[in-house]
Design a protein around this ligand. Structure first.
Ligand SMILES: [Zn+2]
Ligand SMILES: [Zn+2]
Length: 266
C-alpha cells in the first residue's frame, strides 16, 4: 500500500511510495546513524497503535508535547500560545486525533517552525491537521526535506519575524540552516531545540555537530553559533529533551561557551 514511510531511527516521514525507501538520507548522514540492526521503517498507523502524546504546561503559555513510549530521537515539541495565535515549535512523528483535539482546545496552530531536519518528523501531517498552516524552515536545509509539501516556507537570511513577539534566528552549526525560536514575552525565552543543548545537570549547555557520533565543533563554529544569539534577550531556555534553563539562561550560555573553548583549545 502506498504510504508515507517513517524512518524508525530518526522518525522522519518520507515521500509516498508503495514499499519502504531503500535508505534514509538523514540517518546515513554523519550527524545521525543507522542502528546496528540496519535501516528500519514504520508507518503513522503503526505508531498510533502503541504510542500517545503527553502534554505538560511548563510555563504560562508554553506547552511541551512528547511521545510515550519514546519514539525515534525522542524530542519534545512546544506549543507557544501568543495573543496573535500559536506556534508549534519543533515537531513529533505521532499525530493522532486525541493530540490534534488537545491542540485545538489550546487554541490551534497558526504556524509551525522546526529547528533542523532531525525533527522534521511528521511536520506535514501537523500542518495538514490545522488546515495547511505554514511551516517555516531555513532554506539552507532544503535538501533534507524528504517529504515535499506546498506549505513549507523556505526563508533566507539571518532573522525572520513571525507574530506575537516570536521570531526565528538562524544559528547554523549543527545544520547550515539550524534555527532557534525567540519569544520576546517577559524577560525573553529561547526555544533552542538541541543547540545549545542543555546538559544533564541543567546548569550548563553544550554544542555538538553530531550528538550520537560525538563530533564537536571548532572554536570558530561555536563562536558563530553563540554570535547568532548575542542580540537576543532571554532569561529562560527550553530544550528538546525536557532539560530547561529557568533563569539566567543567557549568562549560562556565555559561561558554557567559555568552558567549551577551554576544552577544545587546551
Ligand atoms: Zn532516519
Ligand atoms: Zn540534531
Amino acid at each position: 500500500m502506498a504510504e508515507h514511510w517513517v524512518c524508525a531511527t530518526c522518525g522522519v516521514q518520507h515521500g509516498v511510495s508503495a514499499s519502504p525507501p531503500a535508505r534514509c538520507a538523514i540517518c546515513e548522514d554523519e550527524r545521525q546513524y543507522v542502528g546496528l540492526a540496519g535501516q528500519a521503517w514504520t508507518s503513522a498507523a503503526a505508531l498510533r497503535e502503541k504510542h500517545r502524546n503527553v502534554f505538560h504546561e511548563v510555563a504560562p503559555g508554553v506547552w511541551s508535547i512528547h511521545t510515550e513510549p519514546a519514539f525515534g530521537i525522542g524530542q519534545r515539541a512546544y506549543l507557544i500560545q501568543t495573543g496573535e495565535g500559536n506556534l508549534l515549535w519543533d515537531s513529533l512523528t505521532l499525530t493522532d486525533g486525541e493530540s490534534l483535539q488537545r491542540v485545538r482546545e489550546l487554541g490551534g496552530v497558526r504556524a509551525i517552525a522546526v529547528s533542523h531536519p532531525h525533527y522534521y518528523s511528521a511536520m506535514v501531517d501537523w500542518s495538514d491537521g490545522f488546515g495547511g498552516v505554514p511551516i517555516y524552515l531555513h532554506e539552507d536545509d532544503r535538501e533534507w526535506a524528504v517529504r515535499v509539501y506546498s506549505a513549507i516556507h523556505w526563508w533566507s537570511g539571518e532573522e525572520r519575524e513571525l507574530f506575537g513577539g516570536l521570531g526565528l534566528v538562524r544559528s547554523g552549526g549543527h545544520f547550515a540552516g539550524y534555527q532557534v525560536a525567540h519569544w520576546a514575552a517577559g524577560d525573553g525565552v529561547l526555544f533552542a531545540g538541541d543547540q545549545p543543548q542543555v546538559c544533564m545537570d541543567g546548569r550548563w549547555v553544550t554544542f555538538m555537530y553530531s550528538y550520537p557520533n560525538w563530533i564537536p565543533f571548532s572554536a570558530a563554529q561555536v563562536r558563530r553559533i553563540t554570535g547568532s544569539l548575542a542580540g537576543l534577550r532571554f532569561e529562560r531556555m527550553y530544550g528538546a529533551f525536557g532539560r530547561n534553563l529557568l533563569s539566567d539562561a543567557k549568562a549560562i550560555v556565555a559561561r558554557s561557551e567559555e568552558r567549551y573553548l577551554r576544552a577544545i583549545e587546551g
